[in-house]
Design a protein. Structure first.
Length: 128
């Protein structure tokens, strides 16, 4: 596995994209409305992305913002075998949010691991 992105919950993805783009010299490379969110990806030099998540309706990100406020929501790792990665997590006793892969942003398949099994960090596996 390799680092893919850090997901950041925000109330205004476009507004947050500008300072990150300038500060990190990280251009916006993808934007979409997906699953009740505006999603903006900025590409980091050396690999990986920042994913800015702005809710457009109720849902997981809106709930997270109400509960925790803006900030890092999850860390994602890329895999070439998402079902195999989930099997390995199960074998290791990791609690899963998603028992099976599901559609994610940018047309990728994703699955999340429960933070109670990963030191309080919501972990996402991504297969491109």
């Amino acid at each position: 596995m390799r680092f893919d992105h850090a997901g950041i919950a925000t109330r205004d993805a476009a507004d947050l994209a500008e300072p990150f783009a300038d500060l990190l010299d990280a251009p916006v490379v993808h934007e979409e409305t997906f699953d009740g969110m505006e999603v903006v990806f900025l590409e980091l030099d050396g690999g990986g992305f920042l994913e800015l998540l702005e809710p457009t309706e109720g849902g997981a990100i809106a709930d997270y913002l109400d509960r925790e406020g803006p900030g890092i929501h999850h860390v994602a790792f890329a895999t070439d075998d998402l079902p195999g990665a989930l099997d390995r997590a199960r074998d290791l006793g990791v609690d899963l949010v998603d028992e099976e892969p599901r559609p994610g942003a940018w047309g990728h398949e994703v699955a999340f691991l429960h933070p109670r099994s990963t030191g309080g960090v919501l972990v996402e596996f991504v297969e491109k």
